[in-house]
Write a protein that binds this ligand. Sequence first.
Ligand code: KIV
Ligand code: ZN
Length: 522
Amino acid sequence: MSEFTVTETKANHVKIFDTTLRDGEQSPGASMSLGEKLQVAEILDGMGVDVIEAGFPIASNGDFEAVSEVAKTVKNAVVCGLARAGAKDIDRAAEAIVHAKRPRIHTFISTSPVHMKYKLQMEPDAVYEAVIASVTRARNHTDDVEWSAEDGTRTDFDFLCRCTEAAIKAGATTINIPDTVGYSVPEEYYALFQSLMERVPGADTVTFSTHCHNDLGMAVANSLAGVNAGARQIECTINGIGERAGNAALEEIVMAIKTRGDKLPYWTSIDSTYLTRASKLVSAVTSFPVQYNKAIVGKNAFAHESGIHQDGMLKHTETYEIMTPESVGVAATSLVMGKHSGRHAFREKLKELGYEMGDNAFADAFKRFKALADKKKHVYDEDIEALVDDEIGTADDGIKVMALTVIAGSMGPQMATLTLDIDGEHRTVQAMGNGPVDATFNAIKEMVPHDAKLQLYQVHAVTEGTDAQAEVSVKLEENGKTVIGRGADPDTLVSSARAYVHALNKLITKRERTKPEALKAG
Ligand code: KIV
Ligand code: ZN
């Protein structure tokens, strides 16, 4: 396959800074629960991400707690908390990352004329002073400090040089120049880094970083242009999620560098076989579907439909494949297990799919696998992933779906009889509705009264065939906060009930955990 061997030196190593849990989570509707953030952080750490930006600690108590828990659990990566230039932000970020093995504070301020005038309402000199004060304060907490010039690509070049020089003098170890609004083109971004590194005293003592948004679809190209000019850190997210059109996609950056070593003579520490699983996990916890033709991780990224292509592939895979599906973690075959598969085979399969489970969680997952295999002839990898993700997501829920019977069809009225376990107590109600899903949700509302609004109800077939599991996502909104619940089962109505109850559980936890404030960074 067309992979080039690059001599791996310190000078050509590109650090991967993942901001799925911060910039990614900021995209409307992508909020994740604490447990989901920990799951994502674990896989990022496992795949070899250099820096995990875990959140924006001052934004809310929930964000603080998430950064703090990620900091405690991550084993290898640097864990970073974001802070604006103010003292309170920086101190809160420092508090959140205090238990990290390798803590970093990332502080930022806008430097472009439009942001300084309208957003900050500050004069450039005051911004310049704030750069010095913020980096100095962050350095008093930790040696690893990143400074970002928000809207850097629309900043006056002389002012950008002044602020960058000040940040380096104050002790910043990484300098990030974001293309906050996704406006740049590759040549321009390249030239910006090149000029900055030539002009700013001390530039050779720090790592320069790219941070590109995808408003014009050039986030990945711009990031790589920045690296060609000398940047050695790329900020990116799984599936490219993030504000508006998103951030540069981690999987695209990693595979571009890995596949085109001839033109991009760099290397990253990422084990690319994790990419597919990470993509699926982030898609599942955010309920953001991955477009079928998405590079690297889309369902069709390695599918060959036309006769000519299939013929070529059968003769030699390199005719139409520039990387192997295995290199990004797509299993060679996904037909796996059935009702005769035992515990040992199931445990091996979980290991192969990247799941590590304690004995109790394993026993529960195995029970559900057996029940599924009784209903479904072929159990595919995707089925097991959906089942286990569902199990992990709902393990600690106070409300659980125990039984559901639904009367549906053209004769009406549609009616659901539902039994829930609410904190250990079983309750059953019957409710009618405008269709079986509505009846099921009405039954839940009767047992757990709430005012949350249903914002999204989405069904997705995990595999092909009419016996496929249905994976349902439900988004609920209450006082501006949204939560997403998921459920998987061969019965669409059971998945719907599980997804709604999962969301409700999260909402209840979130109510207890967070205060109403929610800040956003660019
Ligand atoms: O896009 C941006 O400028 C940001 C900064 C906070 C780094 O996300
Ligand atoms: Zn951003």
